[in-house]
Ligand binder design. Structure first.
Ligand SMILES: [Mg+2]
Length: 422
């Protein structure tokens, strides 16, 4: 049976997460801010209608926030990651052929049992996700990923669509493609969009009808593929197991400038702890570590950026080893007399933790011991909350932490902060 793509995308995801735990926010204008409360990264429909654009600096919106009593939140990534997992888990129960595409989007491969039944099935998916998680989603259906993406956009565009739009055997497909601008679709980045506009190609339909030769010459293979997908030719199959990541990073901008080495040590040790947790969670070990720091390039003051890279003898996921290397690196690159704004730790050369070249002279017993310690540490922190056990190097005052004045509680991941209903 022919397979059809559908794209399930959470509506205003971060805002919806806040609303699940705070129902009085429904029908209220809500926005969520980026790290350090700098820019708008999620907007409820009410805020979108006010004309606030994605990424707008929050100081530009102050008047609107006051006038419309917009509820403003700092981002709460612990909550969003957990809610994302719940949504994805629900979807995986409904469809085995699934590709998680981002924190709030997944492609599902559905069997083509006719146009009407596809639409009905999509409605069922929508209701189930809402019932099980409280998160509203939109579903787009098409014969290719690119068309499913477009259908999803259409589903959101008009409330009359009831959250589902189906482009399979749609009798006005050309009209839909003519109603969209080339810059608004998946696969056409700003550079290509600009190029197309200069050649007077404005709508998706016009792009779709261009000759293959021209597309290949001017936009290379990715451009040609996008056009083929618009015509219903699958160029991007479902990727159930996407290539595992080659590196993972934890980087932060500080809430206030940091000048002292001691404070930087704390911050960098915290980042090392976090990023080590991330790779262990993914079942990986790191072959190398990079630590970097930098000043604020937007300020007129002395500037300094530097980084230090080290390879491990044997790939590791052991936090003390990773902290030790980042400390050595930090001491080599730190210079006194600067106002540091940003630092980070990147683990590279990631390999599956159980499948690496054993060091011939290394002590297997020691490696096993380290792994057991980390397992115990992760188990305790998972059960009793992040940083129940932490390394002293990471400090306890954390003055450098991000500004997140308006963050909601991690309702779904911390027993102490579960929602109380009275
Ligand atoms: Mg979304």
């Amino acid at each position: 049976m022919k397979k059809i793509f559908s794209l399930v995308d959470c509506n205003n995801f971060y805002v919806s997460c806040e609303r699940v735990f705070n129902p009085k926010l429904r029908n209220q204008p809500v926005m969520v801010l980026s790290n350090n409360d700098g820019c708008v990264v999620a907007r409820s429909n009410e805020v979108k209608k006010m004309g606030v654009r994605m990424g707008a600096p929050v100081f530009e919106c102050r008047a609107l926030i006051k006038k419309h009593r917009v509820e403003v939140f700092s981002s709460n990534y612990t909550l969003y990651a957990d809610m994302s997992e719940r949504v994805m888990h629900t979807l995986s129960r409904l469809c085995a052929d699934m590709e998680i595409y981002s924190i709030d989007e997944a492609f599902l491969l559905l069997e083509d049992r006719g146009r009407e039944r596809l639409t009905a099935h999509a409605q069922k998916i929508r209701k189930m996700v809402y019932q099980w998680t409280g998160i509203p989603v939109s579903v787009g259906i098409g014969t290719t990923k690119t068309l499913a993406k477009i259908a999803n956009k259409m589903a959101k565009r008009d409330p009359a669509n009831d959250g589902v739009f189906n482009l399979v055997r749609h009798n006005r497909l050309d009209a839909v493609l003519s109603s969209l601008e080339v810059g608004d679709i998946w696969g056409i980045g700003p550079k290509h969009a600009h190029f197309l506009y200069r050649h007077r190609i404005r709508t998706v339909k016009e792009l779709c009808d261009l000759p293959d030769e021209w597309l290949k010459k001017q936009l290379r293979l990715p451009g040609l593929r996008t056009a083929l997908e618009l015509r219903g030719v699958v160029c991007y199959p479902l990727e159930k197991n996407r290539a595992p990541k080659k590196n993972t990073a934890t980087t932060r901008s500080f809430g206030q400038p940091v000048t002292q080495l001691r404070e930087l040590e704390e911050a960098v040790a915290s980042f090392a702890t976090r990023v080590a947790e991330k790779i262990r969670w993914d079942g990986q070990s790191a072959g190398s570590v990079l630590v970097f720091l930098g000043t604020n390039r937007f300020k007129k003051e002395p500037q300094y950026f530097n980084s230090h890279f080290t390879k491990f003898k044997t790939p590791t996921g052991y936090t003390p080893d990773i902290i030790a290397q980042t400390m050595t690196g930090l001491h080599k690159i730190f210079r006194a007399g600067y106002n540091y704004k940003k630092a980070g730790v990147i683990l590279g050369g990631l390999v599956p933790a159980d499948r690496y070249q054993k060091d011939f002279f290394g002590e297997t017993a020691l490696v096993e011991k380290k792994r057991a310690v980390m397992e115990a540490l992760d188990a305790i922190n998972t059960r009793f909350g992040s940083d129940t056990l932490q390394y002293a190097t990471a400090g306890f005052k954390k003055n450098w932490q991000m500004r997140q004045a308006r963050r909601s509680a991690p309702f779904s991941t911390s027993w102490n902060q579960t929602l109380k209903v009275s």
